[in-house]
Design a protein around this ligand. Structure first.
Ligand SMILES: [Zn+2]
Length: 193
């Protein structure tokens, strides 16, 4: 509205940006350097993708450690990966309308509705790609890679179809346009209580 914005003093005005995080403010990511045993490579030398991949891998490792009954990586199957993906849905920020909702199939609903928030298909798809690569970089064999399991592929396809219907978005065509905003949200750490 007002074209004359005070950009020059931006650095001092960061406090005025109200960061719009609903509910859990788990923005503090895993990369705190507090007494971790791993040799932390300096993050500045790594690309965004590499950083994200490392964070995702740590998050998954934490998920395995918190798993009941305990689960080791070597015994991890595609079914466990699906469990992990469903677990992540509670942190999702993408509205997925159910078929009874009047906004089912509307890309831009004009009003709020009580439909659940989920992880966007694009986020899950990219996440699985990173974890799949990380698994093999950490010594896992491609043949036993749980992130490449058929069940995971099928699940992702199912989520894509469901979300494209529910949100009225064709993922095929929009592919090289700007990614949906919820892709840049990093994964929250599993409950570390
Ligand atoms: Zn809805």
């Amino acid at each position: 509205m007002n074209p004359t914005q005070k950009i020059d003093s931006a650095s001092t005005e960061i406090t005025s940006f109200t960061i719009n995080t609903p509910l859990n403010s788990t923005n503090s990511m895993v990369d705190s350097t507090s007494g971790s045993s791993s040799t932390a490579a300096s993050p500045t030398t790594l690309s965004r993708y590499e950083n994200q991949k490392r964070r995702d891998w740590n998050t998954f490792g934490q998920y395995l450690r918190n798993h009941r009954p305990p689960l080791s990586l070597s015994r991890c199957s595609g079914a466990h990966v699906l469990e992990f993906l469903r677990y992540l849905d509670q942190f999702g920020k993408t509205k997925v309308h159910n078929p009874l909702c009047p906004f089912f199939g509307h890309p831009n609903p004009p009003a709020p509705c009580p439909c659940p928030l989920r992880q966007a298909w694009g986020s899950l798809d990219a996440l699985i790609g990173r974890l799949r690569a990380a698994y093999e970089e950490n010594g896992g064999k491609p043949e036993t890679n749980p992130f490449g399991a058929r069940a995971v592929r099928l699940y992702l396809r199912e989520v894509r179809d469901l979300q494209s219907k529910a949100r009225g978005i064709s993922y095929e065509k929009k592919k090289r346009k700007t990614p949906p905003p919820d892709q840049q949200h990093a994964l929250p750490p599993p409950n570390s209580s």
